[in-house]
Design a protein around this ligand. Sequence first.
Ligand code: FAD
Length: 386
Amino acid sequence: CQVQKLKGVVEDCCCDYETVDAINNELLHPVLQQLVKKPFFRYFKAKLWCDCPFWPDDGMCHMRDCSVCECPDSEFPEMFKGLPKQLSFEDPKCQEGKPEAAVDRTLDRKVFHGWSEVDNPWTYDDETDNGQMTYVNLLLNPERYTGYTGTSAQRIWKAIYEENCFKDGQNDSCTERRVFYKLISGLHASISTHIAVEYLLDEQSNHWGPNIPLFYERVLKFPERVQNLYFTYLFILRAVTKAADFLSQADYNTGNDIEDNETLSLILKILRSKTLQEACPMPFDEAQMWRGADGIQLKTQIQQHFRKISALMDCVGCEKCRLWGKLQILGLGTALKILFSVDVSDSHTNPLDLQHNEVIALINLLSRLSESLQYIHKMSPLVDVL
Ligand code: FAD
């Protein structure tokens, strides 16, 4: 087993791999690690019911014994009520019953207040506060191995790649389609990285740790997956820097002045970093997109695909995976909105307006990706000795 060292400029981006590693190690990773622990960024709201609009026939999300979804009886579609309980805890399809897949809901404090409820054209979820929302402390629910696997998980990735991405994604001659594919593949590589690095090595003793062979098999063996991870990281970083005016003036108040002031300082540390501005001033150049004769049509098409991917998150049959899937897809959708749906230079006619939850998702996604890059850096030498 050997891990190929990536060199040169990240494809379709503007910075080279060495520079990305340097800014991530020296600036972004340490700052983001602190930022996501702050009260403003550690609570996320999501509708965690698994009311999948696709594949209603298999009842996967609706089996009571299999699910920790707290759906009241009235929420069960009539057609599922008479279903025999053919799934049990031991059934490999039935992942929700595993303790490591359940979401900790001990947080019951509604820290969301005073933010706008503007829609995101790229996502399917409605972020409006209502009784269906669960408020989750992300620190109590780390993204890691949950045991969710098999046909349910594979079916979702298959639907994402085959129905919603484009056939020859990595090598598509159309920049927009290639970019879209890479964003999804990069996110997938990051999810696989977190699964492999935080793995339940021994169920009996509850021993967690890195599973290096799995990390190699799912991520490191495929240089293009690692490249796509760098790409997605730079894309999200560009969205964050483009939204600098909005983010530096946003209201991070959670009622804890000391913590909230630190939150703003950490945000400004990223947005005003000279190192970042000099080393990688333009992580991704969004001006290269939608320029062809069919640009508007292509954008509408890709937006519809992304909305479907966002809707697919309701079909993820493991609650904790659904939580992080929703958060990260919302983070991507927020970046797409910043880069392609508003003109930040024209603050009068089309001002940038983000929801509380979108800002949380965007920064947490960047933090997840940044952590994945760190793991790639740290773990690759270990693979050589496998
Ligand atoms: P999968 O990761 O399921 O991949 C399916 C196929 O996609 C592969 O066979 C390969 O052909 C292709 N592929 C894989 N990686 C890439 C890539 N980077 N780019 C392009 N193509 C690729 N499990 C957990 O334990 N914890 C979680 O938090 C978690 N979150 C999830 C979130 C979502 C939204 C989904 C859909 C699944 C999640 N899962 C999670 C399940 C996990 O992603 C895998 O599906 C599962 O571990 C089975 O892995 P696998 O080896 O079958 O390959």
